[in-house]
Design a protein around this ligand. Structure first.
Ligand SMILES: [Fe+2]
Length: 158
């Protein structure tokens, strides 16, 4: 899908999110081809926590801070509610018994994938169609600062 240059930092993290969702699902199935994912439960919980702390949290905060004001009411609510739910599932996976951990991680992977596809297919096209060039440029500059440059510092990506 064609994506405006300004929103690319978010889209490239969406690719990472889809990979994590894929790894999580394969890992939970004990699949031999898990794309480098751990297959044991503690390893999968760590993967979810690392993704949440290093990528998802700053990503979600940036979307809410920069995009929310430009969205229609229901979309703004959905954006925040799904971010909140995703964080809650990671938290739940961290704090529960193994059976529950599996359920929480599977729900996390499913919602993460649905959430990213919704943003890419509906939310971002809407934002791109409704933002003028100036507003988009401001958002692009802030994303560069919050995600791209910050990512080169202490929370550097793999
Ligand atoms: Fe996103």
């Amino acid at each position: 899908m064609k994506r405006s240059r300004e929103l690319k930092p978010l889209s490239s993290e969406h690719h990472q999110a889809l990979l994590v969702a894929f790894q999580m699902r394969k890992g939970l199935e004990g699949h031999p081809e898990a794309a480098g994912a751990p297959r044991d439960l503690p390893g999968l919980v760590s993967l979810a926590r690392r993704f949440e702390g290093q990528i998802f949290s700053p990503h979600a905060a940036a979307e809410e801070a920069l995009l929310s004001e430009h969205l229609a009411g229901p979309d703004r609510l959905r954006l925040a509610a799904e971010h909140f739910e995703l964080k809650g599932l990671v938290e739940h996976a961290r704090n529960s018994a193994p059976g529950e951990q599996r359920v929480a991680l599977a729900a996390f992977a499913d919602l993460l994938e649905r959430h990213v596809r919704w943003e890419e297919r509906e939310l971002f096209p809407y934002a791109e169609a409704h933002l003028d060039a100036e507003a988009l440029a401001v958002i692009g500059g802030e994303l560069e600062r919050l995600l791209v440059l910050a990512g080169q510092g202490p929370r550097a990506r793999r």
